[in-house]
Ligand binder design. Structure first.
Ligand SMILES: Nc1ncnc2c1ncn2[C@@H]1O[C@H](COP(=O)(O)OP(=O)(O)OP(=O)(O)O)[C@@H](O)[C@H]1O
Ligand SMILES: [Mg+2]
Length: 346
C-alpha cells in the first residue's frame, strides 16, 4: 500500500479502542498525524495514561501500520492524556490556512494580509505567519519593521511572543533573519526558522492562522505540509495564462497524495480594474473569465476576485493594509472571501 496520509488513516480505522467500542480514528483519538517518505508520526489521545489499554492500542496501531507499510517504515506514536492535548504550541489554533502560488509577485502577501484583516473583522481570532524567507513582507505591510517579538523562557526553552497589530498576531521570518544576507546563506535557515515561528511561539487561542508562503514549491512548502496539520491551502493567481502554468504546479504539489493538503479555493488577484471615480466600471485588462476557467480546471471553487487598485500598493507600503478601510471595494471583496472560508469550516 502506498504510504500517504489517507492510507494511514484507513489502516488506523481498523484499530479498535475496546473501552469505547469504536475505532481510534472515529473516536477522534488521532492527533497531529504527519506522514513523510519513511516516517509516520502521530499522537494518540487517551482519556488518561497509565492504563493497560494505552499500550494495547498503541501496539496494535504499530502492528497494523507495519503490516500495511512494511518493516522499514519509522513509526512514532506518542500517547497523550486528554488534558495534555491542549499543551502543544499550536494546540489552541483551530485552522491553519496556507496562502500559496507557484509564481512570485501575484499577490500572495497582499491576499494573506488582507484576508487576515477581513477574518478578524468578522469576529475570528487571527494570526499571520510570514514564511517568505526570500522577501518577507508582513513587517512592512503592517508597519512593524522596527518592532521585535518578545522572547520568554518556559520550562528551559525560549518562547516567542508574536507582535500584535490591528488585533492580529504577527510573526515574520523577517523579524529574525537578516534579509541583507545573501540568499544562499538564508536558504538552509528557512525550514528551521519556519519551525521556530510555528512551534516555538506562543500563539494562544486562534480561529485561523494564515501562512503567507514564498512562491514556488520548495522546502518551506514541504516542511509545512509534512510537519504540520494544515487545514487547507488557498491558491492565488493573476488572470494571465502564463501565471496559471505555475499555479497548476503549486496546486499539484498540495494535491500530491503524500501531502494531501485540501485546496480550499482559488483567488484571482488583479482580476479587473475599476477607476476610483467610476466604481461601477470593470475593465478586464487581462481578459474575462480566466479566474473561473482556472478554478474549473483545478476543480476547486473560485473564492474571490480582487480588482487592481493602486491603493493596494500604497497601503501595503504604508503599513495599513487596504482591507482596514471597510468601505473600500477591496475590503468588501476580502470580506466575501473570509465569509466563504468560514462557511467551509462551520
Ligand atoms: N490587486 C492589486 N492591485 C494593485 N496592486 C497589487 C494588487 N495585488 C498586489 N499588488 C501589488 O503587487 C506587488 C506584489 O504583491 P505581493 O507582494 O502581495 O505578491 P506576492 O505574491 O506575495 O509576491 P512574492 O512572490 O514576492 O512574495 C505589491 O507591490 C502589491 O502591492
Ligand atoms: Mg509575498
Amino acid at each position: 500500500m502506498a504510504l500517504t496520509k489517507s492510507s494511514v488513516i484507513e489502516v488506523l480505522k481498523g484499530v479498535i479502542y475496546f473501552a469505547k467500542g469504536d475505532n481510534i480514528v472515529d473516536l477522534g483519538m488521532l492527533d497531529e498525524l504527519t506522514v513523510s517518505e519513511d516516517t509516520i508520526k502521530f499522537r494518540l489521545v487517551f482519556p488518561k495514561l497509565g492504563e493497560p489499554s494505552v499500550n494495547i492500542v498503541t501496539n496494535s496501531a504499530t502492528k497494523a501500520l507495519r503490516e500495511a507499510f512494511g518493516e522499514t517504515v519509522k513509526i512514532e506514536i506518542t500517547p497523550i492524556a486528554e488534558k495534555e492535548k491542549g499543551r502543544g504550541p499550536l494546540a489552541g489554533v483551530k485552522h491553519i490556512i496556507a496562502v500559496a502560488s507557484g509564481k512570485g509577485g501575484v499577490g500572495k502577501s497582499t491576499v494573506a494580509a488582507n484576508l487576515a484583516i477581513a477574518l478578524s473583522r468578522s469576529g475570528s481570532k487571527v494570526g499571520l505567519v510570514d514564511a517568505d524567507i526570500y522577501g518577507p513582507s508582513v513587517p512592512i505591510m503592517f508597519g512593524t519593521e522596527k518592532e521585535q517579538p518578545g522572547v520568554f523562557e518556559k520550562e528551559g526553552k525560549p518562547v516567542i511572543v508574536p507582535i500584535e497589530k490591528f488585533g492580529i498576531k504577527l510573526l515574520s521570518i523577517g523579524y529574525f533573519v537578516d534579509t541583507d544576507k545573501p540568499l544562499i546563506w538564508r536558504g538552509p535557515m528557512a525550514t528551521s526558522a519556519l519551525n521556530q515561528l510555528l512551534s516555538d511561539a506562543d500563539w494562544g487561542v486562534l480561529d485561523f492562522l494564515v501562512i503567507d508562503l514564498p512562491p514556488g514549491t520548495g522546502d518551506i512548502q514541504l516542511t509545512l505540509a509534512q510537519s504540520y496539520s494544515v487545514n487547507g491551502a488557498i491558491i492565488v493567481t493573476t488572470p494571465q495564462k502564463v501565471a496559471f502554468a505555475d499555479v497548476i504546479r503549486a496546486a499539484n504539489m498540495f494535491k500530491q497524495e503524500k501531502l494531501t493538503i485540501p485546496l480550499l479555493g482559488l483567488i484571482e488577484n488583479m482580476a479587473y480594474f475599476t477607476p476610483s471615480d467610476m466604481p461601477e466600471k470593470k475593465y478586464m485588462i487581462f481578459g474575462k473569465g480566466h479566474g473561473e476557467e482556472f478554478a474549473k480546471k483545478l476543480d476547486i471553487p473560485l473564492l474571490g476576485q480582487i480588482p487592481i487598485d493602486e491603493k493596494i500598493a500604497s497601503s501595503g507600503d504604508s503599513g495599513n493594509p487596504i482591507a482596514l478601510d471597510e468601505n473600500s471595494l477591496i475590503a468588501q471583496a476580502f470580506d466575501k472571501v473570509a465569509a466563504a472560508l468560514k462557511a467551509k469550516f462551520n
